[in-house]
Design a protein around this ligand. Structure first.
Ligand code: HEC
Length: 165
């Protein structure tokens, strides 16, 4: 008993330290970012559309993820990390190219938001303020449709800026 009592304070320090080591993870590091390669630089969307995409999608679909506090606490940290890795692979607004897929990607972005599939539901729960409003979704989709069509019909692979810019 006496031995046990002596060990208690040690256990009381060691156990929480171990638990913390498991639950708290190192801060995340974003990949290097070159703003000239971004979708915003290449396609120059209207500021309100760019703002919506940054706010609602940027954490998972860009190299400029703003890692929230819970990203350092397990198991939420691992869930978000996986979402960011998969999200960047599916669509990365920081590494934009006007290739053959570009128009389809823009239209898919509109469809994903309109259907409520994106942003992902867990993320919407954690960040209700980042969820796009109906007006924002309409503005986004009007732009993706306009730009998608321009990309499809432009003769060269390079995107032509809309007249009047
Ligand atoms: C919490 C992270 C997260 C946020 C925020 C997010 N996405 Fe995604 N997105 C993903 C992941 C992960 C995938 C890969 C497929 C999957 O797991 O559903 C994906 C896939 C996609 C795809 C391709 C597949 C599909 O479902 O059409 C599109 C398009 C897309 N996202 C658009 C968006 C747009 C537009 C926004 C902002 C309004 C957004 N996403 C916000 C994580 C996210």
């Amino acid at each position: 008993m006496l031995r046990m009592r002596k060990q208690m304070p040690i256990l009381l320090t060691v156990v929480p330290v171990f638990l913390l080591a498991f639950l708290v993870r190192a801060p995340h590091v974003n990949p290097p970012n070159d703003p000239t390669h971004s979708m915003e630089a290449v396609l120059q969307p209207p500021p309100e559309v760019a703002g919506t995409l940054r706010r609602a999608c940027g954490d998972c679909h860009s190299n400029e993820t703003k890692w929230p506090w819970y990203s350092q606490v397990e198991p939420l940290g691992s869930i978000l990390t996986e979402d960011v890795e998969k999200g960047r692979r599916a669509l990365n607004f920081s590494e934009w190219r006007n290739d053959k897929r570009a128009a389809a990607v823009l239209l898919a972005a509109c469809e994903a938001v309109e259907s409520g599939r994106m942003p992902k539901s867990g993320y919407r729960t954690m960040h209700p303020d980042k969820t796009p409003t109906g007006t924002e979704v309409r503005a986004l989709c009007a732009w993706t449709q306009r730009t998608g069509l321009q990309l499809l019909t432009s003769s060269s692979t390079k995107h032509k800026r809309p007249a009047g810019d």
